[in-house]
Design a protein around this ligand. Structure first.
Ligand SMILES: *Cc1c(COP(=O)(O)O)cnc(C)c1O
Length: 359
């Protein structure tokens, strides 16, 4: 076997690290913001039946335009969206990569507000798009003025707005999106991976799509829908954007199994989302109890909480793992990030953390 450094790798990839959240088998895994509630039995049976049906036609390529799935996603999102305005891929990561393939690339720039979702800069590297790290305020919030000013200064081809932001949980108000859109001729992506966990009355960027053909709102079934293993992410936008993404997608990228499983899950969207309220309660509980422990949790509209006030996060991370609790060290000084799990998992995490802090 040869070494990576001996291969004729593209210069821009030399010395880079792949995405690498640890995948460890532990009793309490709260590190990648999955929905830790298993999907309801009735839905499971329906998914299996639909996938079984798909097997009988698996000698043929699937519907390249996945019309039925796009109709189901349009129906789920509401707001009068049509199937032509919906696109999907194997996770919203793939949707974002397709956006970069179509609108980024060599000689082009993408801008994100750090700290934010780590895949943005990794996808930028993979597509040879220059990545610009713009900034947030001290509590990781964004104001319309500050965000628009940075976009104006750098004139990126793609702006990434993560709403709520991962890894900080920070909500994003619509006036920031409106101001950023008005300050650029480029593509504006609002990544709403955690939209279903937002506070009651929070408005989706989908309400801004009308009259904004360069605005793209991406969503995923990985988090609220408890469907991370199925790999289904999607996007709502002007139909012309969907035409652009069709230029770069691989033909038949969504397998017949994926389409069948996702259609079945969307038929039961209400049941599939039944755990969301309970997860939001555990999230709010985390914020309250972490503060009571003298730590510094950040405001969160998602299914996880970033908390500061740790002298040695790496040491706390290892101590928690030794007690069977896996959380995430995202590399923000003095902090760790924890996913809101079931009530029992959340209790296990808080108890383990108490042990660490007392010692
Ligand atoms: C988890 C996550 C995604 C989605 O990933 P999938 O590829 O759909 O599983 C996208 N954006 C953010 C900010 C995320 O945290």
């Amino acid at each position: 076997m040869t070494n990576l450094s001996d291969l004729p790798l593209r210069d821009s990839l030399k010395g880079r690290q792949p995405y690498g959240a640890p995948q460890l088998h532990v009793p309490v895994a709260l590190n990648v913001n999955e929905n830790t509630h298993p999907i309801p039995e009735e839905v499971k049976a329906d998914i299996v039946a639909r996938v079984a049906q798909a097997v009988s036609e698996i000698n043929r390529y699937p519907d390249r335009e996945f019309i039925k799935l796009r109709e189901a996603l349009a129906h789920y999102l509401g707001h009068g969206l049509a199937a032509e305005q919906i696109w999907a891929a194997n996770g919203s990561n793939e949707v974002i990569q397709q956006i970069f393939q179509a609108f980024g690339g060599p000689g082009r720039k993408a801008l994100g507000f750090e700290p934010t979702y780590s895949m943005y800069s990794i996808i930028a590297q993979g597509t040879d798009t220059q990545y610009i790290s713009a900034s947030r305020n001290a509590r990781f919030e964004l104001t319309a003025e500050h965000a628009a000013e940075q976009v104006k200064q750098h004139q990126p081809n793609i702006v990434l707005l993560c709403s709520p932001n991962n890894p900080t949980g920070t909500p994003l108000s619509l006036d920031v999106i409106e101001a950023v859109y008005a300050s650029t001729d480029g593509i504006v992506v609002v990544d709403e991976a955690y939209a279903e966990f937002a506070a009651d009355g929070a408005k989706s960027a989908i309400t801004l799509l009308e009259g904004r053909p360069r605005l793209l709102v991406s969503r995923t079934m990985s988090k609220a829908f408890a469907f991370a293993g199925a790999r289904v992410g999607y996007l709502a936008s002007d139909a012309a954007v969907v035409d652009a993404l069709r230029l770069v997608r691989l033909p038949y990228h969504l397998s017949a199994f994926t389409q069948a499983a996702a259609e079945a899950a969307l038929d039961h969207s209400k049941v599939m989302l039944a755990a969301v309220d309970e997860i939001r309660q555990q999230r709010d509980r985390l914020v309250v109890e972490l503060a009571q422990m003298g730590l510094d949790p950040y405001r969160s509209d998602s299914n996880f909480v970033l908390f500061g006030g740790l002298d040695d996060p790496a040491d706390v991370w290892q101590n928690l793992l030794d007690q069977g609790v896996l959380v995430r060290n995202v590399g923000i000084e003095g902090t760790l990030r924890v996913t809101a799990g079931t009530e029992a998992e959340t209790s296990a995490f808080l108890l383990a953390l108490q042990q660490v802090i007392r010692n």
